[in-house]
Design a protein around this ligand. Structure first.
Ligand SMILES: C[S@@+](CC[C@H](N)C(=O)[O-])C[C@H]1O[C@@H](n2cnc3c(N)ncnc32)[C@H](O)[C@@H]1O
Length: 330
């Protein structure tokens, strides 16, 4: 194709000129030849030295997999605009009608997001005691273990065996900001350690409990990976250890059932200590139901609570939110 050949030192000025004239050919890599630079052009350009040359084609840059995926036109509006990325694994929620196109959707994600190596579809809701979901392999490597970076820490985990969501990163950071040096923290539902390991960077000691053996296995690995030496992993039902631990700060990240563990949380907090409680609430009244339960349990135990903060953490389902309540126990 035709090219404008210019001395290297003038290249930038001439590139701008060619752009202005609208003659610079798009989608080709600019070429260097000794002290000269060759710009591919779409036609004759007066006032420049023109030569004939071959250029390498640049790959088109896409911003979304939706630009490249091929699905029937009537299903296009159903394509999700976002998906979760955990390490190098993508997890997408596909409506039933798009499931037959899972493989092409997965391949389109791999094509556009080069750092993603495996794509899965959500196969169920987060279920059971371990809070995990079924995953359906769509494309790329058939691997579910990865390392995810969040808040400056590395978390190794298996997306099929443990609970983990990247959507809580900001909330975890918020709890970290509130943590004071010297504190003892009790992470009642620790998972692979996104709270525990982060808070260990500031606290004196972190007790991290989980009932899922895979979660504790990865938590132990993450303790090593992040070189923290003040996390105590505890495998088992938190009901067995609660009360034996006395913490300045308790994290209750089990929103579906946290209300069932309020006694354990309050028994494990020192006077004046703080509990970070999570739950789900309807848009029209996010917090009341939870606050009533918190007050009732405190009363039963002869304690009093002071509500310090209430937050909407993230949307959870239509008109439902994941909420957080911080309260002090005296
Ligand atoms: C919603 S996940 C949160 C994990 C982690 N905190 C995070 O942010 O990724 C809740 C965790 O609680 C654990 N769990 C559920 N019931 C439990 C119990 N009775 N005792 C200890 N852990 C429990 C589950 O295995 C799961 O890992």
């Amino acid at each position: 194709m035709l090219a404008v050949k210019v001395p290297k030192r003038e290249a930038e000025k001439i590139r701008k000129k060619l752009l202005e004239l609208g003659v610079l050919a798009k989608g080709y890599a600019i070429k260097r030849e000794g002290d000269f630079v060759l710009f591919p052009v779409t036609g004759q350009v007066e006032g420049f030295e023109l030569v004939e040359s071959e250029f390498e084609r640049l790959e088109k840059r896409y911003h979304s997999y939706r630009e490249v995926v091929e699905v029937p036109e009537e299903l296009r509006p159903l394509l999700p605009s976002s998906f979760d990325i955990i390490g190098d694994i993508a997890i997408i929620e596909l409506p039933e009608k798009l499931m037959p196109y899972g493989r092409v959707i997965g391949e389109a994600i791999l094509k556009v997001h080069r750092h993603i190596k495996a794509v899965f579809a959500k196969g169920s809701k987060v279920e059971g005691e371990y809070r995990v979901r079924e995953l359906i392999h769509l494309a790329g490597e058939s691997r579910t273990e990865t390392v995810h970076r969040e808040n400056g820490i590395r978390l190794k985990l298996d997306v099929a065996r443990v609970y983990y969501t990247p959507r809580l990163a900001t909330e975890r950071r918020r709890v970290f900001e509130k943590t004071q040096p010297g504190e003892v923290v009790f992470d009642m539902f620790a998972g692979v350690g996104p709270y525990s390991i982060l808070l260990a960077k500031r606290a004196k000691l972190v007790f991290a409990c989980d009932i899922n053996p895979w979660a504790i296995r990865y938590l132990e690995e993450n303790v090593r990976l992040n070189k923290v030496n003040n996390v105590v992993p505890i495998l088992g039902d938190v009901r067995k250890v609660a009360g034996k631990i006395k913490a300045d700060r308790v994290v209750m990240n089990l929103p579906k059932f946290a209300d069932r563990f309020l006694r354990e949380a309050m028994m494990s907090v020192k006077p004046g200590g703080i509990v970070h409680y999570y739950g789900f609430g309807p848009e029209e009244d996010l917090f009341s139901e939870h606050e009533v339960k918190i007050k009732a349990v405190a009363k039963e135990l002869g304690l009093s609570v002071e509500f310090l903060d209430r937050r909407k953490v993230r949307p959870y389902a239509p008109r439902q939110f994941n909420i957080a309540i911080d309260f002090k126990v005296e």
